[in-house]
Ligand binder design. Structure first.
Ligand code: HEM
Length: 425
């Protein structure tokens, strides 16, 4: 179906002539999942290369990445929610069910529809709405920290704080009932594997079934808000649709709920874990934040540069074009390597130094650029800022437990520790 939310890749055009080919590198290898930044610095000797493990063209150079984001007509975003690898027939069958019909709405919808839809979604991320969220973010942060402190002097930070909290915040923002939080978080984890990972055939079938259930849930939830509106994003979107039925379709409203219910927390959970990984080993910078929390917003920018929770994003060429001096056929899938671009030595002085005072840390590319620039970037940074403010206030002696081995969810884009052991006192 045209504009369906997740599509299987149908075309792998020939490798661009003369382009360097890398047959070894995989973004899913344990070494890369562990440290994509050092490996990307090596890869970046080629601003552009062809990765045989993905059949994608990889772009490492910050200027090229930005120029691709800015040329949305040549480099479409239509593939950003698609599975990276082919699905098995039994999984495809699930997604072909007639009532699995979410449509591309934001990140994966081309112009001019994207602009039309974004206009109705943008208004939902106003300063007023952010301010209204703050008391909830603060009080839930305090409650979760109370529980951590009451349980002893050590904790697994992701399950205790970073995993539940961003979900709870965006789910209240959207209007989902609290009773569904855990189920929604589970479905989103599967969606991450589905669109950005390489699940086995058995896993694919289970995930595909769960994604269908997740979509049905979003549709039922939107229908319930149509009947009983509240003070939430879903109700406001429905009101926008009622006022402008010729400009926004009801299926698009349902699909925005499906989209934001994922985008609004997965990378925030990861960013919180990454923030502690950046800040806690270097006591000096952590102590500075404890002494002066007004430094937190720039520290968040530096975390997003140095250890971003999204280390790649995708595009696909709509026409034959040139890139980095090579002729690229239409239909070529492109992997924008943020893990290389955010360490550009032309843009960032001593890029491998983590520095909460870095003047231009906000020039990182982790939220994209151009027409699809992350709609939730202010929301995400605000949320991470508030959570870090509560953490430095409540547990100034927070530290990482030494000697732990970190695991990361195997996927090409989202990056954060699965578990993080911390201690205090
Ligand atoms: C640290 C957290 C986050 C990161 C790193 C991140 C990153 C990104 C990136 C890279 C894109 C694609 C940009 C492009 O193609 O130019 C994007 C798009 C988007 N993000 Fe985020 N995001 C984060 C948090 C959020 C949150 C909290 C929300 C919502 C509450 C959100 C909603 C969206 C939406 C709706 C889009 C699609 C925008 C469009 O296509 O017009 N994101 N994000």
């Amino acid at each position: 179906m045209a504009n369906s939310y997740h599509q299987e890749r149908s075309l792998v055009p020939p490798i661009p002539q003369g382009c360097p080919i890398n047959s070894d590198w995989s973004p899913l290898s344990p070494e890369y999942l562990d440290d994509p930044f050092t490996i990307s610095a090596e890869l970046a000797k080629d601003p552009v290369f062809y990765a045989q493990s993905l059949n994608y063209l990889v772009v490492n150079d910050m200027d090229l990445v930005q120029s691709i984001f800015l040329d949305h007509e040549t480099f479409a975003s239509t593939n950003v929610q698609d599975p990276v690898f082919p699905l098995c027939p039994a999984a495809s069958e699930q997604l072909a069910l007639p009532d699995f019909d979410p449509v591309a709405v934001m990140s994966n919808r081309p112009e001019p529809d994207h602009g039309r839809i974004r206009q109705f979604t943008k208004s939902l991320f106003s300063n007023r709405r952010l301010r209204e969220l703050e008391p909830y973010i603060r009080s839930r942060s305090h409650e979760l920290i109370d529980e951590m402190l009451a349980a002893g002097t050590t904790a697994e930070f992701i399950s205790a704080f970073a995993y539940p909290l961003p979900g709870e915040v965006v789910f209240r923002f959207i209007g989902f009932p609290e009773s569904d939080d855990a189920q929604l978080k589970d479905w989103c984890r599967e969606r991450k594997a589905f669109s950005w990972g390489k699940p086995s055939e058995d896993q694919q079938v289970k995930i595909a079934k769960d994604i269908v259930a997740y979509w049905r849930y979003c549709r039922d939830f939107t229908a319930s808000k149509k009947e009983n509106p509240g003070q939430d994003l879903a109700s406001e979107l429905i009101a926008n649709w009622r006022d402008n039925p010729d400009k926004l379709t009801y299926r698009e409203v349902e699909s925005i709920v499906y989209g934001i219910s994922f985008a609004g927390h997965e990378p925030v959970t990861a960013a919180l874990g990454n923030a502690l990984l950046c800040l806690l080993p270097d006591r000096t910078q952590w102590e500075e934040l404890v002494a002066d929390p007004s430094l937190i917003p720039n520290a968040v920018e530096e975390v997003m540069r140095y250890e971003s929770s999204q280390i790649s994003w995708r595009r696909v060429t709509t026409v034959n074009t040139t890139l980095g001096g090579f002729e690229i056929p239409a239909g070529t899938s492109v992997f924008l390597n943020f893990a290389a671009a955010n360490f550009s030595s032309e843009l960032f002085d001593e890029p491998f130094r983590f520095d909460i005072h870095r003047q231009n840390a906000n020039r990182n590319i982790s939220f994209g650029k151009g027409v699809h620039f992350c709609l939730g970037s202010r929301y995400a940074k605000f949320e991470i800022k508030v959570m870090l403010e509560v953490l430095v206030e409540r547990i100034p002696s927070l530290r990482l437990i030494e000697g732990q081995t970190l695991q990361r969810f195997p996927n090409i884009t989202f990056r954060g520790p699965e578990e993080l052991l911390v201690a205090w006192g």
